[in-house]
Write a protein that binds this ligand. Structure first.
Ligand code: DGY
Length: 327
């Protein structure tokens, strides 16, 4: 029987789906990231990989694992995958788009409100026994009703975030993308702006773009200096899109007002990171898609894609849309 490697424990239903399709499943169940070399070694004797977590799948990996016929990622992001090499080695690779849009946008929205009202920090003051008397001038947050939300990367997750901001808080939506998003312009009256305009006009900047050479650390000192001193910066996409040292400096010098991060640069964030002590900062450990419902859908989508490829069918969520045409 051919074998499939899964790099983490995932939903039983997804594992069953692969087994019922006639494959033996090996699960790497340790709570430890695999190095690339360890992953290559574990792939030996397996015909396909369901990759959970941020495994680097580059030319070296494909060269070292010629027996791997298909890979399903259990993530929407694929910044650790060299898609051109996958094409060269004829390995179809799928991701899990759409099913996590709402859960991930919920986390961005939660961070926006939590930063605006200093929620995480205020929780810590209670733990420290600092809830003493009512001071009408202390710990004041800010309201976001009717303010401007600047979405950097208005794709499917950015759309969900913009929708919540528009309908719940009457926020005015502006965005910056590689291409315009007609659906968002029609449904949310979102306005396309240059990156400079986005930085200068937004009360809240929310990042939902992919990490690429183009977006790597694009939110650096220069970008923060263009933002309003009252602005809130939210990143629920990839930590590599902001320069964390510059973000810390911008917050310490009150260049911007606050920040909410579900992703950090690097990950995991160290417990002595100064951001964790700041009143106007909220940090979460990359939990955008972490709901029972969403993780179940992601696992089932990844398993369905893998089984399709192993049956010689097209993967429904193939990342490289030209892959089958190029074959
Ligand atoms: C994704 O799906 O890309 C999430 O960020 C989890 O890695």
């Amino acid at each position: 029987m051919e074998k499939v490697l899964i790099t983490r424990r995932i939903s039983d239903n997804a594992v069953k789906l692969i087994q019922e399709a006639g494959f033996e499943v090996t699960i790497y169940a340790a709570s430890k990231n695999l190095s690339q070399q360890e992953l290559i070694e574990r792939c030996a004797g397996h015909c396909a990989l369901l990759s959970v977590g941020s495994n680097r799948l580059d030319e070296h990996f494909f060269k070292s694992c010629p027996q791997i016929k298909a890979i399903a990622l259990m993530s929407v992001g694929y910044d650790k995958v060299d898609i051109a090499s996958a094409r060269k080695f004829a390995v179809p690779i799928s991701n899990t788009p759409d099913v996590l849009n709402e859960a991930t946008a919920d986390i961005a929205f939660l961070l926006m409100l939590s930063v605006a009202r200093k929620a995480f920090y205020m929780h810590k003051t209670i733990e420290r026994g600092e809830w003493t008397f009512f001071d009408p001038l202390k710990h004041l947050g800010q309201e976001i009703y009717g303010k401007t939300l600047g979405v950097f990367g208005l794709g499917r997750i950015g759309f969900e975030m913009a929708k919540k901001a528009k309908y719940a808080y009457g926020m005015n939506i502006i965005y910056h993308n590689r291409s315009s998003n007609v659906k968002a312009e029609e449904a949310l009256q979102a306005k396309y702006v240059t990156l400079d305009e986005l930085l200068r006009q937004s009360d809240v900047v929310t990042v939902h773009a992919n990490l690429s050479e183009e977006t790597k650390e694009i939110f650096d000192r220069n970008a923060f200096e263009k933002m309003k001193p009252s602005a809130i910066f939210i990143n629920a996409a990839r930590g590599g899109i902001h320069h964390e040292g510059d973000l810390i400096t911008a917050l310490q010098n009150q260049v911007i007002w606050g920040a909410g991060l579900d992703v950090t640069n690097p990950e995991p964030m160290r417990s002595d990171n100064p951001l964790l002590q700041m009143e106007n900062v909220c940090v979460l450990p990359h939990i955008g898609s972490a709901t029972q419902e969403t993780r179940e859908k992601m696992a089932m989508m990844a398993a369905t894609n893998l089984v399709a490829a192993l049956r010689g069918e097209q993967m429904p969520q193939i990342i490289d849309r030209e892959f089958y045409l190029a074959k």
